[in-house]
Design a protein around this ligand. Sequence first.
Ligand code: AMP
Length: 432
Amino acid sequence: MRVGSVASRPMARPSFRSPKGTRDILPGEAERQRALVNTFADSARKAGFGHVITPMFEELGVFKRLGESTDVVTKEMYDFVAKDNNRYALRPELTASVVRAFVQHRPQIPWKVWYEGPQFRYERPQAGRYRQFSQIGVEALGTDDPSLDADVIALGWNFYSQLGLNEVTLMVNSLGDPTCRPAYLEALTRYFETRRSQLSEQSQHTLLVNPLRVLDSKREQDQSIIDEAPVMVDHLSDETAEHFGGVRRLLDRMEIPYEISPRLVRGLDYYTRTTFEFASHALEGSQNAVGGGGRYDSLASDLGGPDTPGIGFALGVDRILLACDAEGVFDAPSSLVDVFLIDVTGGDEAAMISQALMVSGIACDRAYDARSMRAQFRAADKSGAAFAVIIGEDEVENGQATIRSLRGDDREQTTVATHLLTEELHKRLSTT
Ligand code: AMP
């Protein structure tokens, strides 16, 4: 091959796409996501939770506490060695980061915080399962009062109803605590050992590391064995049973319907006592979890802090919106402007008026590139604005602008002095 012929060939245009398992969320859907987060933020704030923002990456060790036998740690972590030679990971969830922040800053307890943001897990992408997805959630540290468990669960439950979702169910369980869990783990291990050869290869391996995790297997082959396995709720100590009873009693009194789901173990290892999950029946079975959480009474001390009980939940924003689609609720908010400026004198006048209107709090838009009057009117109609402000040669000469109504049959128009325009528009907008 002649070298020269390579140099003269036109370079192929690059065609980049978002990485596998990630999505661009475009205007419309992104506004809907923002509205959902705002709704959640508002409820969390009203329930006494402050906003917390932690880094999107942490030292890998922070996430190792999620459990050496969990998929999140063994297979899905986006970890890397940075230029400082430290090993970090993009956060796969937020509880560990928030508890790390609690340990670092030692705020006054009870410490009640809410959060939102993207999480990263190297999962097999499919509908409702992404490698970057968004969560909203709360964490409350400093007390193990069952009343807090009920309040946290109620906050999640109320949020789904606030969105208009009717097909969400709540499952609760108790995973015991360090006083009663070892005896249960022994009973569970004994049971699985007798059926080891019938378990999937993966579950046989999991059994060696953490028998509890076998209960979380979704593999068909394991299901009948899991169905007959001993359950934690039958092995709770008196104290833990009483705690769980307290949570249930309060949920009953709050009239929050729930099912006891004795095999619910959740995907992370730090949970103790109360655990819960919200599922949407409007979504496909394997991807129907729209949120979940539980107590993690030893996580703060595991991360080097004082012994501090805690409880929280994380809700999956992407999946909740899929559930909203399926139930036909929580539409994207309309992002309409109030006023559209039509300037047939070149555009400078519109630029100045637009600046004044926006400073005064009126949402407005305009066309660019000195488009024709017709084209600008078409754009004004498409914008959904309530009023057009028309700026022609006559208006500029007389220091005026014309306001024209864009809604309804009566497209009446009035000409006003430019210095009175903002006031006049505010007056009209307050009555539309
Ligand atoms: P987890 O942190 O695993 O308890 O997950 C809490 C919620 O986050 C789940 O109930 C899902 O709604 C959502 N979620 C978890 N993993 C993903 C994912 N890969 N893609 C989309 N949503 C997810």
